[in-house]
Design a protein around this ligand. Sequence first.
Ligand code: OOG
Ligand code: MG
Length: 259
Amino acid sequence: MKRLDVKAIAEKIDYHQQNGIEMVKITNEYPELTVEEAYDIQKLTIQRYVERNDPVIGWKMGLTSKAKQISMGVDEPIYGRLTESMELREPVLHVKDLIHPKVEPEFAFVMNKELKGGNVKPRDVWAAADGIYLALEVIDSRYENFKFTLPDVVADNASSTKFVLGSQVFSPSYTQWDQVKVTMHKNGEEVQSGYGKAVLEHPVHSVVELTKMMNRDNLTIKPGMAVLVGGITEAVSVEEGDILNVEYEGLDTLNLAIN
Ligand code: OOG
Ligand code: MG
């Protein structure tokens, strides 16, 4: 196997992320790449964002639903880093610099206390969560045909590209988040639906799982950070001219225009 230069790989991935140019999977060249090495690559990649004054503002969990794990051929959750430039300030997505974007409905937990350690319980998450937003995540794997192995997708920051939060913030106790029904319409037609419980039986478990994974890497969730808990339905491909309407039953509808 070729000697692994994590710094050079991070630089390459950063280039493909910034320019929306697809690339061959890392594991084609480095078949023995481990998940740990892939998280090192992810960290170095996002360090480059930070050096460009684009700070980390949160975390995302990915592949937290069985349906997504099966469709991507990967059998465990992953985490990624969210930076300031990934957050859309209005519900309009420009696809010109993206490769093959897909959109998925999510929830975002926003914390007001630090969450750390390997033994975080759901009640600790509830005590630390300030509010919950409805959210749409845009993923855009840099790999050809949106195909990858677990280390590949980890190195590519869990396919992160953009996200947008709804305009309301809900108290965590407002509703039973696992029972919320979400229906996605594209250009007026229903394309996906699911319930909050698709995310590890309850979205709170996703935050618990994130703290465990982060703890292994000596990371913590800091106050003020947002956590995207993972897609509630499968992701839907979008192209210029599409309009998405995503109804969270009893809560709100998020719209996204694709330009
Ligand atoms: C990995 C990212 C998945 C989610 O919510 O499951 C993700 C991918 O499918 O490309 O963000
Ligand atoms: Mg996601």
